[in-house]
Design a protein around this ligand. Structure first.
Ligand SMILES: *Cc1c(COP(=O)(O)O)cnc(C)c1O
Length: 425
């Protein structure tokens, strides 16, 4: 078996253990041995199951024992195009040979073209690139504070965020993240007030002249897949306008087509001042972006913020390939129709299993299944995995976020597996 993968050759379907490493330096290992290695050397801040993922194709991944899984996690709503999309792998392959990194001391063609495409797609004027969702939030928060600092409003630093919100794990983004499980032990963070999601009166009460911005997810992801109502999102826009504060949409999980619109805020017609993007934008390649309106283009002057890797040509080429596939394969529209189909099938399953399934909610291909409180959701997740379906949990809710090019028959297969596992509950 040849280990090194040629850039221009498809991955052999029988290449069970094949990886792209040099085989002499890394002789093939069993799944058990690799798991052991991971448990010995990786920092134990996650709780992976005892398996090793080896390869992926479309909506499927295989472990080192060649067990096949239907992947409806999409790497936490990241693999927009599924696994091994030829347009994406080709772009990464070719750009890696041409030019991988230059730093932001220079323009590169993939990066400036991506900035233009992203501004066009979001109706914004400027794009700043970074490497993750957290960094995109950090850029939004820093921009908001600096914006008011430059206007002489130096005390305007507070941010209103929402209960159950997730915005990332740097100290700034963590301050805006709601759950104490994420914040415990990291000390006093920056000024953020958390109010109940969906409660406009609470937002109005929390407003004061020291509020720089309201930061919200149009559909809460980690908080349990909770869509914000049109009235609520429009209300946030109105309140920030009244008070001269900025409105920041965290579209890191819901954006880039997942809800059936390029941005999830489009469902409400709301135009925020700043948008944070990441996850789905690179289709698996790390990238984050902050896009903003023309009015904010001078709020972070040259030298005030930056990153070494952000917007490097390789990440930009990957994101361009994702955006091209969204267009060429009509994936945003497909996310809407397949999302409707998925929700219809899950609601039918709920009718069949009213004891197990409490509710199905979501927008497009961002769907949550709330189970009866007596059911151990972690156990369900494991049983689904054994049956060949990968899902993740979001605040105890089963989160269904397949690639946007998922087929109806794959949805049928996933629903059948869910049905067989949940019918025992
Ligand atoms: C994942 C996520 C983040 C953090 O992104 P990272 O890339 O993990 O830093 C922030 N906000 C939302 C809504 C997310 O889903």
């Amino acid at each position: 078996m040849s280990a090194a993968l040629a850039c221009n050759k498809p991955l052999s379907p029988n290449a069970v253990q094949a990886n792209s490493l040099d085989e002499k330096a890394n002789p093939p290992m069993t799944q058990e041995a690799l798991v052991q290695l991971g448990k010995t050397y990786l920092y134990p801040n996650y709780r992976q199951p005892d398996l090793v993922m080896v390869r992926g194709e479309g909506r499927h991944v295989w472990d080192a024992k060649d067990k096949k899984y239907l992947d409806f996690t999409a790497g936490i709503a990241v693999n927009t195009l599924g696994h091994g999309h030829p347009g994406l792998t080709k772009a990464i392959c070719e750009q890696s040979k041409r030019l991988m990194h230059t730093s932001n001391y220079f323009f590169t063609e993939p990066n400036v073209r991506l900035a233009q495409k992203l501004c066009d797609a979001t109706g914004m004027a400027r794009a700043f690139f970074c490497n993750s969702g957290t960094e995109a939030i950090e850029a939004c928060l820093k921009l908001a504070r600096r914006h008011f600092f430059d206007k002489g409003e130096t005390s305007r630093q507070r941010v209103i965020a929402f209960e159950k919100a997730f915005h990332g794990r740097s100290l700034g983004a963590l301050a805006a993240t709601w759950s104490s499980a994420y914040r415990e032990g990291f000390g006093t963070l920056s000024e953020v007030s958390h109010v109940p999601y969906g409660d406009l009166d609470a937002v109005r009460q929390a407003m004061s002249p020291d509020v720089a911005a309201i930061l919200f997810e149009p559909v809460q992801g980690e908080g349990g897949v909770v869509p914000g109502s049109v009235e609520f999102l429009q209300g946030l826009r109105a309140v920030t306008q009244e008070h001269g504060a900025l409105l920041i949409a965290d579209e890191i999980q819901a954006g880039v087509g997942r809800t059936g619109r390029f941005l999830a805020v489009e469902h409400s017609g709301v135009k925020p001042d700043l948008v944070a993007l990441a996850k789905g934008l690179g289709g698996g390649f790390p990238i984050g972006a902050m896009v903003c309106t023309k009015a904010l283009e001078r709020s972070l002057p040259a030298g005030s913020h930056g990153t070494t890797y952000g917007g490097n040509p390789l990440a930009s080429a990957a994101a361009l390939a994702v955006l091209a596939a969204l267009d060429n394969e009509n994936l945003v529209k497909l996310a809407a129709t397949r999302g409707k189909y998925l929700t219809k099938r899950l609601n039918a399953l709920k009718q069949q299993l009213p004891e197990a399934i409490e509710g199905v909610r979501g927008v497009g291909l961002m769907v949550g299944i709330a189970l009866n409180a007596k059911i151990d959701t972690r156990e369900v997740l494991g049983e689904l995995r054994t049956a060949g379906l990968l899902l993740t949990l979001a605040s105890g809710v089963l989160r269904v976020v397949p690639p946007l090019n998922v087929t109806e028959s794959e949805i049928d297969e996933a629903v059948a597996i869910l049905g067989s596992v949940l019918s025992d509950k």
